[in-house]
Design a protein around this ligand. Structure first.
Ligand code: GUN
Length: 284
């Protein structure tokens, strides 16, 4: 039997509609959430992502203020802008789209953003709070992955979860969130030996390597849930993920497509974080 296709577009729309409703309620109290979106340079994929984030803000009733800076922007100039945005009480969230041009140190920028406005959950203070089990923003793509699994009706407790990839944006934080939900979690990466056998025992596999065909049918247990975070192009220029979708869907219980799986969830969870930021800052 072929797998259920987890519809990230539909689930993300549900979440955005929930955020829109809650934003309307907040507006009745005189608070309008506002996100500053900063893009440096000409990366075409980043331009598309940033545009989609601004469109989602419009949909949810969240104000977005856009800063599009040239490739030649100095690190000191970007730090100056962040300082200004940190101090501006009308701005609740600050998003600096990554990757940044090579002459700008991403860590310096992430550290400069006020943790209270860090709607990406990239600041070490928020990462630390997440890892020690406290309350903070949840990182957007990892939180979106959990929503996809849970809103599709699957429980994570006691499940064998395998994460392939150890990036700071996806691999490490999604492993932490799966652990928080009582999964038994294994993190694999490019140096892992016997990836095949580790995957074969998994109930849930999250693939975030950025490499096509990282996960093939022979590595998947019958009935496993497969989440594909990849965004690649095949020989024909068509978007595809890190999973051999056509073959893996024949053995999986449920699988996310690319596009239309994890991608839209990142933006929906960003909207949720902007709303939370505005709510929390209204108490200050
Ligand atoms: N680049 C790729 N994904 C992301 C993300 O979630 N947030 C930001 N700021 N940059 C990214």
């Amino acid at each position: 039997m072929s797998a259920k296709i987890i519809d990230g577009k539909a689930i993300s729309l549900d979440i955005k509609q929930e955020v829109k409703k809650q934003t309307e309620q907040l507006k009745q109290k005189g608070i309008t959430p506002c996100l500053a979106v900063v893009l440096v340079g000409e990366d075409s994929a980043s331009k598309v992502y940033v545009n989609n984030k601004k469109k989602a803000c419009d949909f949810c009733g969240i104000t977005s203020i856009s800063y599009e800076l040239p490739e030649s922007t100095k690190e000191s100039e970007l730090l100056e802008l962040i300082k200004k945005l940190n101090q501006d009480k009308s701005i609740n969230g600050i998003l600096v789209q990554l990757p940044l041009p090579k002459h700008i140190n991403e860590n310096h920028i992430i550290l400069a953003i006020s943790p209270q406005k860090d709607v990406d959950c990239f600041h070490p203070q928020n990462v630390g709070t997440l890892y020690t089990g406290g309350k903070c923003f949840l990182p957007c793509t990892p939180a979106g992955i959990l929503e996809l699994i849970q809103r599709s009706g699957y429980d994570i407790t006691a499940k064998e979860c395998v994460v392939i990839g150890r990036s700071n944006i996806v691999g490490k934080p999604v492993a932490m969130l799966l652990l928080r939900e009582n999964g038994t979690v294994t993190i694999c990466h490019s140096k892992t030996k016997n990836l095949h056998d580790i995957c074969k025992r998994a109930d849930i596999i999250v693939v975030a390597t950025g490499k096509r065909n990282t996960l093939t049918r022979d590595m998947v247990k019958q009935g496993a849930i497969i989440i594909d975070v990849g965004m690649n192009r095949n020989e024909e220029g068509k978007l595809c993920g890190d999973v051999d979708f056509e073959n893996v869907k024949e053995v999986a219980r449920a699988i996310t497509p690319v596009p239309g799986g994890v991608g839209p969830m990142t933006i929906a969870m960003l909207m949720k974080n902007c709303l939370t930021a505005a709510e929390l800052q209204s108490y200050c």
